[in-house]
Design a protein around this ligand. Structure first.
Ligand SMILES: [Fe+2]
Ligand SMILES: [Fe+2]
Length: 474
């Protein structure tokens, strides 16, 4: 059987031959209505007739997606793993060179389950955070992109739930239920990670979230794609393809906000763009500062023995593990990690490379983030404007890791708590900023029209024009 093509004749579309395992199929089919209940109560709140969405049909390189108008409640969420490589061997850690695992080794069961639950928890969390954005979309094109991201995050939840059901027995089924019970921002049962309990109250936040926070997801999935547990690796490989689109939404979204602001600044020869319904560059910078710093926290502490153990065990590798020119075991290597030194200064210290793996991953992420900033700055340069956006210092506004106990300005200057309190409004979104941004959030649902604060996209979706009927409202 061709395992790259999804079977859509089944209740749950899949390319994992779900019908050959009746017990698993029944378990997932009984989870399905709970998922749909969650989707209708916590998913996109705006009623729609149909949306021009892509659906995965084939995980191979060619033509893996089908585009068409679908009613969102009828979206076919499915289970798709990248093709199996029968020769695949473990690429790192103590088991390097051994064949990858098709079952969960008993000794690593608890750790693997934990990794899958943490990843799984972020997927529905972002759908919940973005639930109300449909009410204020700047165009039908953007509305459609929001919903595309939402259905795919729903599918990513399916991907993790499949693994829990298929490989972790009763514990796994209970965790799959819990993924629907925790909710973003809930008092009693919040999502596991901090950034996924923050609000996404406006579209500037949405674009910053898809740029910075979905990108954290890309890096986490990248490490899990290396896993010795082959089904996890194959799941993550396919999720990364979908994730690339979420990052496109973030990158081009911020692009278009900056472009519009630059246009207004040029046209009216002023920094005071508020009168013209655009978003000032310093507000954009403060939103960037916030989303970047909370996303840095998602990578955890600079040093971690847990992560060292995950690596040695083969559960979680490094970003681009295969491209690294070292022994992939790291038992004799070291890395300089960020720290607050004994005299209280921001500095670095040398630790074993295994212990410092979070730092390694965060650095890969940071250099990726810089490409976006460079791109947004090109928009400013092309408009002949001298202003530039920048990533704040790694110690800025951190709540997790080495810098959680100190305060630092975006340029890295260390501050006393009182100085921080007095000056932080210059660097993080203020109530005035948020109120202003929210005041701009009025829906534009007419075909081919767009809100005042954002430029139209260069291209439409799947070759369609900008004024295409991307969403039909009731
Ligand atoms: Fe995702
Ligand atoms: Fe995503």
């Amino acid at each position: 059987m061709d395992t790259t093509t999804a079977d859509y004749s089944e209740k749950i579309p899949n390319n994992v031959e779900l019908n050959s395992d009746r017990r698993l199929q029944r378990a997932l089919e009984s989870w399905q209505p709970n998922f749909l209940n969650w989707w209708s109560s916590m998913g996109p709140a705006l009623p729609t007739r149909d949306v021009y969405l892509r659906t995965a049909v084939n995980v191979g390189r060619e033509g893996w997606a089908h585009f068409g108008h679908v009613a969102m409640r009828d979206y076919r969420w499915g289970i798709f793993l990248a093709e199996r490589d029968r020769e695949r061997r473990i690429g790192f850690g103590a088991h390097k060179g051994e064949p990858v695992w098709q079952k969960v080794p008993g000794e690593y069961r608890a750790e693997l389950q934990r990794l899958i639950v943490i990843q799984g928890d972020t997927e529905p969390a972002s759908v919940e955070q973005q639930r109300n954005l449909g009410a204020t979309a700047p165009s039908l094109y953007d509305l459609r992109n929001l919903f595309q991201v939402n259905v795919e995050e729903g599918r990513h939840l399916w991907a993790m739930v499949y693994l829990l059901h298929a490989y972790f027995g009763r514990d796994g089924r209970e965790e799959a239920e819990a993924l629907l019970h925790r909710n973003s921002g809930s008092e009693d049962a919040p999502r596991i990670l901090g950034a996924f309990n923050e609000e996404t109250p406006d579209w500037l936040s949405f674009f910053m979230f898809t740029y910075f926070t979905d990108r954290d997801g890309k890096y986490q999935l990248g490490t899990l794609k290396e896993s010795a547990f082959d089904p996890l690796s194959r799941t993550c490989e396919f999720m990364l393809k979908e994730e690339a689109y979420h990052m496109f939404v973030g990158t081009t979204g911020v692009d278009r906000v900056v472009e519009r602001t630059a246009q207004v600044m040029r046209e009216h020869d002023t920094d005071e763009v508020v009168a013209h319904g655009a978003i000032p560059l310093d507000v954009i910078q403060r939103y960037l500062n916030f989303h970047y710093s909370v996303s840095l926290d998602l990578f955890g502490g600079e040093t971690s023995t847990n992560v060292a153990n995950y690596f040695t065990a083969g559960l979680k590798g490094r970003w681009s593990e295969q491209r690294r020119a070292d022994d992939h075991r790291l038992t004799d290597d070291s890395i300089m990690v960020d720290t607050v030194t004994e005299d209280g200064e921001i500095g670095q210290t040398e630790v074993s490379a295994l212990i410092g793996l979070n730092t390694d991953l965060r650095r890969e992420y940071i250099s990726d983030c810089e490409t976006g900033v460079a791109r947004w700055n090109r928009v400013l340069a092309e408009a002949d404007l001298p202003q530039r956006l920048r990533l704040p210092h790694i110690a800025f506004n951190r709540k997790v890791g080495a810098f959680s106990g100190i305060e630092a300005a975006p340029d890295g200057e260390q501050l006393s708590t009182s100085d921080w309190e007095a000056r932080k409004d210059a660097w993080l979104p203020t109530d005035v900023d948020k109120t202003y941004v929210r005041s701009l959030m009025r829906p534009v649902y007419e075909r081919g029209k767009i809100a005042s604060w954002i430029a139209p996209p260069r291209n439409g979706i799947n070759g369609k024009p900008f004024d295409y009927e991307y969403v039909n409202l009731p």
